[in-house]
Design a protein around this ligand. Structure first.
Ligand SMILES: *Cc1c(COP(=O)(O)O)cnc(C)c1O
Length: 378
């Protein structure tokens, strides 16, 4: 047998067009979409974000772009590069969630047609106040554009009538799916913004309007282009798994993991990056290491001693920030217990005074209480 024959993925069957239609509908159901269309983008989520930003920016309208991370900054750059008039608002402390008052102040300082923001930030473990921002946007009649890549599956997100108008999602984080295909949910108001003249005359693989014309508005017999079938089969399988657990179950599991991680970190004796549980991500938890320990050393020790991966926070954010993951398969009791214990163990090895046993006990108690409550609900 040649090496090529032995390569199992070479034999993957083409992805059927009927199933391709169903993928969009299933993602729509996960998002609770009623009036939104779901456009699949054959690329990593960052490609779908750029597509949305460039097509929105080409409307040359006025955007308030909320930047709480590199993704938000990039989004604003793409909007502006495509012709949008962009005003940026960032939190007073880099890496913290935006405060609704900061958004209100920025909105009252100008006149806008649309607002864009990231829902959940996995890089810092924060969640922006989506409901409050959407309420402001609705009050002013703004189109709302949301990067929900790091919140879908981890935070409650329902695109009813009052939901955001353009929502970018990817399956590779909370949905435990592949990284090579993503989706954008768009309602009438969102489409109207994207379609606003002046529009370019040429076809573009980055145009959501072109994807809509070639797929959603077609007879859907032939999938446009050649999206990698591996990604589509993997997404299909990820959606099956979510179907079994239920999207509410997936979100609840992430929220529980986050609660246990936060409680564990505090019991160790270290601070969480955001003190507000409501503003903390279901995918990751940011913690602030004590002043006198070396962050790089703690991360190296966690890896060397326990085989547990911790990560630094983004550049430009407090250098004591460390991020622990409880994403997808890691959103469960064992991985959360392990990561909190390893963080504690690494800190002790680095000379810090933390209470590993108390950290572990806190994780145990959050899970025990949650199960106890479940048992009593039955
Ligand atoms: C991960 C992520 C993305 C997508 O980035 P990829 O490079 O495609 O993985 C977009 N926005 C946010 C907020 C993210 O966390």
């Amino acid at each position: 047998m040649s090496r090529l024959d032995a390569w199992p993925f070479a034999a993957l069957p083409a992805f059927p067009a009927e199933r391709y239609s169903a993928l969009g509908e299933r993602i729509g159901r996960i998002l609770g979409a009623e009036e939104h269309d779901v456009v699949l983008v054959p690329g990593e989520a960052i490609v779908a974000l750029e597509a949305a930003a460039r097509e929105a920016g080409a409307s040359r309208r006025r955007f308030l772009n909320v930047a709480t991370s590199v993704y938000g900054r990039l989004f604003g750059d793409w909007l502006a590069d495509a012709g949008g008039e962009v005003t940026t608002v960032s939190p007073a402390v880099a890496g913290q969630p935006i405060a609704i008052d900061e958004v209100r102040a920025a909105l009252s300082g100008g006149s806008f047609d649309a607002i864009s923001f990231v829902h959940g930030e996995a890089a810092t473990g924060i969640v922006n106040p989506i409901d409050d921002i959407l309420a402001e946007a609705r009050g002013l009649g703004l189109v709302a554009i949301v990067d929900a890549v790091a919140s879908v599956g981890a935070e409650p997100l329902v695109l009813g009538e009052d939901g955001p108008d353009i929502v970018v999602v990817g399956p590779q984080k909370g949905l435990r799916g592949p990284a090579g295909v993503s989706a954008v949910a768009i309602n009438t108001r969102g489409w109207a913004l994207l379609a606003r003249p002046p529009r370019r005359a040429t076809l573009s693989s980055l145009s959501l309007l072109d994807i809509r014309r070639d797929w959603l508005d077609s007879d859907r017999a032939v999938i446009p282009g050649t999206p990698a079938p591996h990604e589509l089969w993997a997404l299909d399988a990820a959606l099956d798994a979510i179907g079994h657990e239920g999207i509410d179950g997936v979100v609840a599991r992430h929220r529980l993991a986050a609660r246990a991680a936060r409680s564990g970190a505090r019991a160790l004796g270290i601070a969480t990056w955001t003190g507000d549980d409501e503003r903390s991500s279901g995918l990751t938890t940011g913690v602030l290491l004590p002043q006198d320990v070396d962050r790089t050393r703690v991360i190296a020790l966690a890896q060397a001693l326990f085989g547990v991966t911790l990560a630094v926070g983004p550049e430009g954010v407090d250098p004591r920030l460390v991020r622990i993951r409880h994403t997808a398969a890691e959103a469960g009791f064992e991985p959360v217990l392990a990561v909190v214990a390893a963080l504690g163990g690494a800190l002790v090895a680095a000379g810090a005074d933390v209470d590993v046993a108390a950290g572990a006990a806190a994780v145990v108690s959050v899970y025990a209480e949650a199960r106890h409550d479940d048992a009593h609900d039955d």
